[in-house]
Design a binder for this molecule. Structure first.
Ligand code: KG4
Ligand code: ZN
Length: 350
């Protein structure tokens, strides 16, 4: 089974062809970071136009690399939401057109579902498993119970953790997207305990028994620290290190709560897995904190390789394979959905 996958929901144009033997026949990602950098964030209209400029060429290149023609596809999968509506429409319409012209099933992929299923592209991770999705747009903990069946256990009240990285980095004068730059700056701090004393941050809502996130308070605390006095290069590194440390502790703490809840909900599950995905999972401090927390809770932490973790077409094609195998295809009347919570999946996949 060969599936073409198309991703255009944010600032990456991703196109891939995958078969159900887990072979990635082609996998191309065009990043628009340079188009958005001067604005310090993704500009939706610019993103949509950039997807439009490149989608045809990228699809052709992905098909050429895969060495098959459209007639050899078993389906066409495209992200239909959630995401920036203009971009989603570009990828979705391209996917629908190919499906219509070549009489192939169209598979409407929910971007969050694709992130949650991606680990199964790498190896056979049996359901149910726990997923921590940490990206620029989302901070969620969910249980993947089966294809199409997800339970959202935690989300953020305000900013996503990637947003907290990016906005704090911007305040520190670092380029967009700030996460990786903030990690590099934090690495220059040689004394973390001293940094944490100078810039004391605590886990947001630490006493809450609810598993939920909030990052806007930390962002404000960074703003206040920067406004309080001029910061030298060295103290900025301390600020970055202390912030990164509390963000790592926060994710590990909430993941720990979720792992305990998972064990209570699925007492018979052997070797439970915690999957971390999304761009923020590239952060080494966060990975180390999660690894420790997983170990303490007898979970196995696994993260798809980064190229499949950040937005890409392969994850959409893989979700397409899983959905098609489950008989979940969509009509060509499927609408692009800027908001598409996992709880509403059934509305759009027959
Ligand atoms: O999943 P992703 O590529 O795109 C979406 O947001 O959907 O995630 C991008 C986010 C950005 O906020 C970026 O700053 C963050 O991931 N990120 C990092 C690191 N690498 C990427 N954050 C912290 N440390 C990193 N090394
Ligand atoms: Zn994403």
């Amino acid at each position: 089974m060969n599936i073409l996958g198309i991703e255009t929901s944010c600032d990456e144009t991703g196109v891939a062809v995958i078969n159900d033997q887990r072979e990635v026949l082609s996998h191309l990602v065009l990043s628009q970071i340079k188009n958005h950098q001067i604005f310090g964030g993704v500009v939706p209209e610019i993103a949509a136009r950039a997807h439009l400029d490149h989608i045809d060429t990228l699809i052709k290149a992905a098909m050429d690399q895969a060495g098959i023609d459209f007639s050899q596809l078993d389906g066409v999968a495209a992200t239909c939401g959630p995401g920036l509506i203009g971009g989603v429409m570009v990828g979705m319409m391209a996917g629908k057109s190919i499906a219509l012209a070549h009489h192939k099933p169209f598979i409407a992929v929910n971007h969050l579902e694709a992130h949650a299923l991606t680990p199964r592209l790498i190896k056979d991770i049996p359901f149910p498993y726990l997923v921590l999705l940490v990206s620029g747009g989302h901070t969620q903990i969910l249980v993947a119970e089966n294809v199409g069946v997800y339970h959202l256990w935690a989300s953020t009240r305000d900013d996503a953790v990637g947003e907290c990285f990016d906005k704090s980095a911007k305040m520190m004068g670092l380029p967009y997207p700030g996460g990786p730059h903030l990690e590099q700056l934090a690495a220059r701090c040689k004394n973390l305990p001293a940094a944490k004393i100078k810039f004391p941050f605590s886990i947001p809502m630490i006493h809450s028994k609810e598993i939920e996130f909030s990052f806007s308070g930390l962002k404000t605390a960074v703003r206040n620290a920067i406004d309080a006095e001029p910061q030298s290069e060295e103290s900025l590194a301390q600020l970055a290190a202390s912030l990164q440390s509390v963000l790592s502790e926060t994710l590990a703490f909430r993941a720990g709560q979720a792992m305990k809840k998972f064990k209570a909900a699925y007492p018979d599950k052997q070797n439970p897995a915690l999957i971390v995905c999304g761009g923020v999972s590239a952060n080494q401090s966060i990975r180390a904190a999660l690894d420790k927390s997983a170990h303490e809770n007898s979970f196995e932490l696994s993260a798809p390789p980064l190229e499949y973790c950040t937005d890409n077409g392969a994850m959409i094609a893989w979700a397409g394979i899983e959905l098609l195998k489950s008989g979940k295809t969509a009509g060509l009347n499927m609408k692009a959905r800027p908001r598409w919570p996992l709880a509403e999946l059934k509305d759009n996949q027959s």
